[in-house]
Write a protein that binds this ligand. Sequence first.
Ligand code: PNS
Length: 176
Amino acid sequence: MNAVFPGSFDPITSGHMDVLTRAARIFDHVTVTVMHNARKQGRHLFTLDERLEILREATAHFPNVSVDTFGGLLVDYMARQETGSVIVRGLRAVSDYEYELQIAHLNRQIGDAETVFIMAATRWSFVSSSMVREIASYGGNVSEMVPRASASALRRKHADVYEEREAELQAETAGS
Ligand code: PNS
């Protein structure tokens, strides 16, 4: 059985990687698909191409994972998949559940698409792409919270901030 793991992935986090690792053990093939989230329109840090590039690098070691993108409805994308394919969504905490439940029911109603939830490990329960983006925008260390590909991309995006913060920290250390 195959699965589709859809999301914004702006950028992919260690929580996403944890869910993907678990999904790749359960399903024959998992497609990580970058899609539009209308609630996040125009608020992306990374372009679609950048997100795809990061995803390809971060998932290269999985033999049964591929990366894709689709600009329409998730149910239309699912209709193009092999029969019986399911949607995989990760749950970090109970707070995710209400929103995810609504989407899962809607996707079943409008496209007969089945959703399987995979619980991320508790150590990632506080990690989200938005928090990671915020920490990185101030030059903070996100290396534990994201795969190496995301960390490098965040560093490149905020190169000035990271260099400035490192110089400040070095000056403080030298002065103490
Ligand atoms: O990582 P996200 O932003 O929580 O992922 C949400 C996403 C992209 C999977 C969801 O917004 C989605 O399925 N978008 C495609 C358009 C669609 O089918 N919308 C109806 C269900 S909300």
